[in-house]
Design a protein around this ligand. Sequence first.
Ligand code: BTN
Length: 243
Amino acid sequence: MHQSKIHSIIVDETVSTNALAKTLLKDKEQPVPFFVQAGFQTGGRGQYTKTWESNAKDNLLLSLVLKPKNISIDNQFAISKTVAVSVLEVLQPDVPNVSIKWPNDIYVGNRKIAGILIENIILGANIEHCVIGIGLNVNQTAFSKDLPNPVSLKQILSQSLSINAIRDKIIEAILTKIKDANASDSVYLKHLYRKGEQTRFKASDGSVFTGTILGVNTIGQLVLSLEGKLTKAYHNSEIEYLL
Ligand code: BTN
């Protein structure tokens, strides 16, 4: 197993494992790949300005740091796809209806079980390091009312699971799949949440529209077919799902 070979920093509590991983990278030489894991985050971060909530010790709060080889900065979305497919495939044997909600949330049915926050450290024209933050709801069974649609493995499977056993499988899957980052494309597309279905979105100007999800292009934009056979691609910052 890869994981047994990689360096780890495991703490009870930190602000954010992604932040700690980036500080460690800056402050002292780290044997890359390595991972940072926390029992609790006081300032867990989601995409953009969002936060990530998790009860202490109930869930996987992980940041895996690696140095991607042969992935150009134009192809950064390949890392998102690889990580999403890795988490999807680790869950799939036990969990029905797992899908990837663009860009890289993991859903079970219409509920979110995991979030992914990837931060690439770019040096010149290369991705020097990649900090892959994963929050996976494992054993938590009550969530804040402010969260729209959370779910955990325990809620689905009616039993507690080993957080570290899942962690090791996810790390192994990522380290294996990242060697050929574009190899995850077809699985990503196959399991894309609501693909081929009419879906309502809100644009950043507040307008609401309906489009059919066709897929995702190489720069990670969601491609929608709109009324009148028009096809348009959107960045993550431009639209949000209305479910
Ligand atoms: C999202 O859904 O918007 C992304 C959530 C990412 C959460 C994980 S938990 C471990 C790592 N540390 C953080 O502060 N965030 C990521």
